[in-house]
Structure formats: structure tokens, C-alpha cells
Design a binder for this molecule. Structure first.
Ligand SMILES: Nc1nc2c(c(=O)[nH]1)N(C=O)[C@@H](CNc1ccc(C(=O)N[C@@H](CCC(=O)O)C(=O)O)cc1)CN2
Ligand SMILES: Nc1ncnc2c1ncn2[C@@H]1O[C@H](COP(=O)(O)OP(=O)(O)OP(=O)(O)O)[C@@H](O)[C@H]1O
Length: 186
């Protein structure tokens, strides 16, 4: 199998595990994320508008927005890094590329913390997304300028010890699930 085929297979398995966890989800899945972000009050961050079966970070984003800038990703074009538009709980939103909502009147900024949606993650900080390389390009760019903390947010069931990795994959600094925290460096 080529690396591309291995990633495609891991992505398919990750989607299937994510759907099971999403369908069985209970209330308060963002509680641990809220606890983590409470330790970084006022630090600029990006969340995301959940699509498909992604775990929902909105309650934690709402709390953080009372203390500092919170953004959501916006696609410029394929092969380009994401940009982040400032978001408020009640701001006007429109449909963006691939179905995720984006602010109607975007004001762009560069977050110091990026909450990354996932298809699968490994305990060592590996991650797999939808396959566009958007978050890899984005984290590479942000990290070339300043320390940038990538927090993977996922259901615990999305763990996969055998994620295929390539040189351009940007590592997660922390993984937060509905059940707890996983620290790749520890
Ligand atoms: N909530 C959320 N917003 C986000 C992202 C994300 O992962 N989650 N993105 C992060 O990049 C960008 C959107 N990128 C996306 C790229 C592809 C697909 C998608 O659904 N692709 C198709 C084909 C991919 C495949 O099958 O391999 C699909 O999955 O059916 C969705 C979002 C920006 N906003
Ligand atoms: N910084 C980069 N520069 C050039 N190509 C890149 C970069 N990062 C990733 N790519 C390429 O983008 C494609 C998709 O990458 P990958 O499979 O890692 O996506 P992903 O991590 O699942 O998606 P995403 O980052 O959007 O969540 C791959 O062909 C990869 O080589």
C-alpha cells in the first residue's frame, strides 16, 4: 500500500469510529476543553464551526470569547493555508466552502492557540483530517512566526495508534476528548 492508500484507509476507519461516538454522545462533551481554555484566558484562539459528525466545541468557544479573541477557519483556496476570522456567539454567519459556517463580515487575525478538528489522532500527537492538508499548511505558517499551540479536539474513540505520517504533518501539542486530556510529550 502507498502512503496515500494507507491514509485513505485510516480516514475511512476514523470516520466510522467518529460516527459511532457522535451518535452515542452525551451532554457536555466540550467540558474538558472549557477547563483547558480557562488556563489560557485572553490568549487568542481559533475554534471551528462543527460539520458532519465532528465533536462540538461551541460551548467552550462561547466561554473563551468573553475573555479574548476567538476565530473560526476560512478557506481561501485549495493548497493555501486557512485564515481565521473573528467570531462572536451572536455574529452573522454565512455558508463557507465544504459546508462550515463562516462570519459574514470577516476580520482576520492569527491565533496563538488552534483547536483542530480531527478524523483520527494518536497518543503521540499524530493527526488525520479530511485530507486537504489545510491545517498542516496553516500550522506550518503560524509556527514559522511564533509558538502556536495545536489542540486536537475529538471523541476518545477516534484514537488510532497507527496513523500513517508524512513529513508535512504538523504535530498536536495536546489532545482533548470528552473524557480527558492526552499529552503527547509526557
Ligand atoms: N468544522 C470544520 N471546519 C473547517 C475544517 C474542518 O475540518 N472542520 N477545515 C479543515 O480543513 C476546513 C474545511 N475543509 C474541509 C475539507 C474537506 C471536507 C470534506 O468533507 N471533504 C470530502 C472529501 C474528502 C474525502 O472524502 O477524502 C469528504 O470528506 O466527503 C470538509 C471540510 C475549514 N473549515
Ligand atoms: N505544508 C505543506 N506544504 C505542501 N503540501 C502539504 C503541506 N501539508 C500537507 N501537504 C499535502 O497536502 C495533502 C493532504 O495532507 P494530509 O493527508 O496530511 O491532510 P490532512 O492532515 O488529513 O488534512 P487537514 O490538514 O486539512 O486536516 C498531502 O498530499 C500533503 O502532502
Amino acid at each position: 500500500m502507498t502512503l496515500e492508500q494507507k491514509k485513505a484507509a485510516a480516514r475511512k476507519a476514523g470516520f466510522a469510529r467518529r460516527k459511532v461516538a457522535f451518535d452515542a454522545r452525551g451532554p457536555g462533551v466540550a467540558g474538558k476543553l472549557s477547563e483547558v481554555l480557562a488556563g489560557y484566558r485572553g490568549v487568542s484562539l481559533s475554534g471551528y464551526m462543527p460539520i458532519r459528525t465532528e465533536i462540538n466545541p461551541l460551548p467552550a468557544m462561547e466561554e473563551a470569547s468573553a475573555h479574548g479573541p476567538v476565530g473560526v477557519p476560512v478557506i481561501d483556496a485549495a493548497g493555501q493555508p486557512l485564515r481565521f476570522a473573528q467570531w462572536e456567539p451572536d455574529c452573522a454567519m454565512i455558508e463557507g466552502a465544504f459546508g462550515a459556517q463562516i462570519p459574514a463580515n470577516p476580520s482576520f487575525f492569527e491565533p496563538e492557540i488552534v483547536i483542530v478538528p480531527l478524523v483520527a489522532f494518536s497518543r503521540t500527537g499524530g493527526r488525520l483530517g479530511y485530507g486537504g492538508g489545510f491545517y498542516d499548511r496553516t500550522l506550518e505558517l503560524l509556527r514559522s512566526k511564533r509558538p502556536t499551540m495545536a489542540i486536537g479536539f475529538a471523541f476518545a474513540a477516534q484514537e488510532d495508534p497507527d496513523i500513517p505520517l508524512e513529513a508535512t504533518d504538523q504535530p498536536l501539542d495536546l489532545i482533548v476528548t470528552e473524557a480527558g486530556l492526552i499529552q503527547p510529550g509526557a
